[in-house]
Design a protein around this ligand. Sequence first.
Ligand SMILES: [Zn+2]
Length: 443
Amino acid sequence: MTKWLLCDNMIEYWNPQIERMSLDELEQIQEERLRHLVDYVYTHSPFYKKRFDEAGVKPEDIKTLDDLQKLPFTYKQDLRDNYPKGMFCVPDTQLVRYHVSSGTTGKPTVVGYTKNDIHEWAKSLGRALTSIGVGRGDVLQVSYGYGLFTGGLGLHYGAEEVGSTVLPISVGNTDKQLELMQDLGTTTLACTPSYFLYMAEEAKDKGIDFQEDTGLKTGIFGAEPWTEEMRKRMEDATGIKAYDVFGTSELSGPLFTECTCQDGIHIWGDQFIVEIIDPETEETLPEGERGEIVITTLTKEALPLIRYRIGDYTILNKEPCECGRTHPRIMRVTGRVDDMLIIRGINVFPGQVESVLMKIPEVGEHFMIHVDRINEMDTMKIQIEMNDEAFSDKVNDIISLEKKVASALKSVLNLSVGVELVEHGTLPRSIGKSKKVIDNRKL
Ligand SMILES: [Zn+2]
């Protein structure tokens, strides 16, 4: 690892030659790898050969990065339709691992990994962890699920790559989590933001102060969308630095995090090409415009994906980052296409609701959105817990706070929303991905 002195911060890089290379050099690597990739999938994957033939493209048509747009998209449904291994490019003897993610409907998706795929995955997270100051001497408590889900093992290998000590505790058993966090000196915690909120509540009940009683300084939170406003709350309440992590099981689970600048997530350009498209017209959008993220893998062997439609909305930023890394950044993911609610013709993301609520100090971190259709009319009601401190038994206080919340939501969502304030601890807690929406229209 090389240390660089930039401004007054000591910045470390896992691989400075790669992470700081000029955008021109990076794009040259991408172009070479893209040409190799299209040859590779055309030769090794009957699925891609058919898909390319149907679209009328041959590998030799792809010469520059601009030619990427000639290639057809890949969808999650393709993985399901070719269950379990119809899209793999290597024989079974090359595989060292499977991860399987179960969707809410239909067949699960299966991703196979070669030894090199696992190594590239660890390398990606190794760079990411270094970019948030996690390395040798750190104890990383991995409180994501281990097993078929990619979260636990993903962070695990990344942390070992940079020489951190891993505490592979997985999800749940919160008493043990807090005990070992103190006894073994956890410095970094990786879990869903919902689980961190739950852990923080449990800690408070036990009189454990994260700042005073633990060595925790960094949190890596993901596997569900969360907002900038939630970050501020978590950091203020616990004194840690909270970082967003990005990835999806079809690519390799967690792959990228923000750097210490907390201004976007670096996507390693030598491993992946990012595009942002308009999901309706499917045209590539210019840098800076919000759209759906599309990713092409450049180094994967077992299951390379061409222009994979992840379904998350974000913005691409190719400006050099203050941390000195040149690789493009995606800005905080504002929600998955799948999570979008359409209420009376208006698009609403649960993240928008969270952003509004977290700016209101009297309101706690837990809320539940209820959507219904009454007399042919969509309705949205939000139950929100009050902060302990703000809790009042005066009916007038509660009514005026409900009005305040409803009007804040209306100004952002352009939608009238019912608001019901409830006592702290009323709503269900989650140790994995939390459920923030109950849509009765679908029941
Ligand atoms: Zn950066």
